[in-house]
Design a protein around this ligand. Sequence first.
Ligand code: M6R
Length: 607
Amino acid sequence: MCGIVGAVAKRNIVPVLVNGLLRLEYRGYDSAGLVVVHEGKLERVRSAGRVAELRQKSANTTGQLGIAHTRWATHGIPSERNAHPHMSRNLIAVVHNGIIENYEELRAELSEQGYEFTSDTDTEVIAHLVHSHYAQGNLLLATQTALSQLVGAYAIGVIAADNPQQLIAARKGSPLLLGVGEGENFVGSDMSALLQVTRNVVYLEEGDVVEVNLDSYRIFDEQGTEVQRPVQISELDNDSVELGEYKHYMQKEIHEQPQALANTLESVCNSQSLVPGIFGAEANSIFPKIESILILACGTSNHAGQVARYWLEEIAGIPCTVEIASEYRYRASVPNPNTLVVTISQSGETADTLAALNHAKATGHGYTLAICNVPESAIIRQSKLRLLTRAGPEIGVASTKAFTTQLAALFLLTLVMAKVRGRLDEKREQQFLHELRHLPAAMQKVLALEPQIAEMAKLFADKHHALFLGRGMHFPIAAEGALKLKEISYIHAEAYPAGELKHGPLALVDKDMPVVSVAPNDTLLEKLKSNLQEVRARGGELYVFADADTHIHASEGVHILQMPEHAGFLSPILHTAPLQLLAYYVALQKGTDVDKPRNLAKSVTVE
Ligand code: M6R
């Protein structure tokens, strides 16, 4: 999704803006632009391509105040004329992340006032609106007045040509933070954009407007009251956003999974028993009251929730439903106040998940728990309880380490719930803790299969479709494997619970349809084997990711990848990694942009 960087300093800030945009590239974008104030004029550079192109085009641009943007198209095609910043009468410039829902109405009004529109975007109305209120030269007031007329979501940066040392920024529904420097200040969509200049950060809250000056800043809440927000020191590691020895962030992040799992499980694995307090102090009083669990999430995070449903019902004996956040938010559902609403999100800013959380709260759900990878994100702030996955920054658009750490966190939730409900005796608790401690090492062994998977991937390069099969708690893993493949290789892939095959999709199976199957040694193994026979009998080519003791052997049309060990309930976490690697190597074969697949964004902050 769109990325924003802004700076006010006593030095040329163009390199800061461009480097910031490079750091935000992972969010996904299709065009980029920047504007600076130079000798009392706005100088704008835009590009319909990559930030690297913008860097070249802006090589001779200088300025000490500026805003920059990567755009992920919503209103209007990706093109230079639709790229941000948008300007009004060469006086006001604006960058925006989000969607202005009433832009058509505002556009009509502003056109009547004589404003000329040069793009198809919703953002341009903000520039003209601010301009229309700027008569007295007060940029803060003009922006606040303009914002009061907007319906929708935004993070914005605004500058004026005749105000060379001030930047106004605001957020509502889209992320934005303030970076505090010495004699210079910055804004950015996330911390990775600002680490180059400062570690001191103020996380702006919903509705905040900030006046950013060289040596100072003032924050106002939605009502216009000046407020103080704490300055925090970011712990984000600059190295963790570097590519290092890897070809792509996705490959790096797949290989970071053993460490990410160890970090996420650290506090639990170092202790002798599980306590509700790991989800926040209030969990001690809330968990005993919980009668059911409702999980809300999108995409990969939703798949994590689907795995957790099997764990929660089987181990903790608690009813669990999992809903796609974008559907739940518009559904008239029947609330149970003793339900724990669990949102799962890597970014913590996904608009649909956030809206689903607020919808749940509005319908009477008071008990909310966020499982999230970003400490200061909106979803964390708006939930009563929380467990942070400690995967570190995930740059690749295709989620990998965030997913497996979400699973680890959800397994902890399962165990704590089971304990609270009297379904986990001391012996079983210790056994599970032992298995969790072993998980990072087990994951390392799975990753060692990379060369075999890279070979297997070559057989997919000329395929157009693929089926993924799994059963039980491994069906969501098959779904995750299919999502990874379609996201980054653009091969059409669908997942089915293997028993469903004969109810329709079997008609698709022929020699050109690779069928990938997750085959753990569990109670459904024999049934799965029969399903695989059904595929072979129709000439389908099988790629089976099988536990060592499943006795499924390679033969003509049957390719086997043998998993090092069987991990019981934790098996879905380990079975994920080979599917991630398969998608990665197929994408390499196809030559796609692995980390920034077409049309997708990392952080989906619009509906
Ligand atoms: O940040 P979130 O976990 O809330 O994001 C949800 C989905 O947008 C995300 O998982 C998406 O499906 C990924 N691109 C999958 O790889």
